[in-house]
Design a protein. Sequence first.
Length: 279
Amino acid sequence: MKIIAWNVNGIRSRIFNENISSKLKKNEQIVPREGSPIIKLLEEHDPDLLFFQETRCSIVNSNKINIPGYKSFFNESKLEGARSCDRYSGSAVFYKDTIEISDISIQIPGYNDEEGRIIILKIHDVFVISVYAPNSGTNYDNKILFMENVLNYINTLDKVIFCGDLNIAVSTHFDKAASIPGPGFYPHELQFYDDLIDIGLKDTINDDPIVYTWWDPRQRKENGMSICRNRNKGWRLDYFFTKNINHASSKCLKCIGENNQGIPLASDHAPVILNYDLE
């Protein structure tokens, strides 16, 4: 089975290569165009599950977004104003028609998620958990509460796939030249990574140990893109962990969403793909 997790930084025109805003206003259905980053991702990797983080999309609008051959489920922010569903957070999963899902949930015991950060699927006896973790620079206490309860929940489960944007970069997973100590590097956040390993999870990345999934787009441009991405000065924020899953390995798909010159057209994050045996 193949699973992709991708912080898409908003389901927007550059992901689908469509004028999404215009189509939503006209109440039209949205299907990704040929050659769009989403279609390239599906054609090259044919995932069974495709998790999106940071969708920034309302449930009303999500019902108009279709990927042929896949069903979908969206979890949106329940807040208002600057943190409303069309401006903030949110997550989604697209899954093949043939996948048998016995349960879908959006809550973890002890953590009241109102920002659409969590989707949990039960497939056979495996719990597949996708998260868009809070940024500790915005609300440190919320990040601590999130990590504590995610850890406690996973510790009660037997077979687990845990993926998504953790907004954490442990010491070997970021380029110090591109980073300033602070959010993503606080001691409690780095301990969370170690705690996941301690309760039996495996970090499945099979690339070079120093692999990046996010490059700061706010830095000055070089050759049409952020100098951080152009020079590969990044952070690893996106992960796949497994617990009691056979032959699982993941890798970063750095090329997705770039044009012929390697300039990113879609998200500031790279997708990560997991391959594993169902049996």
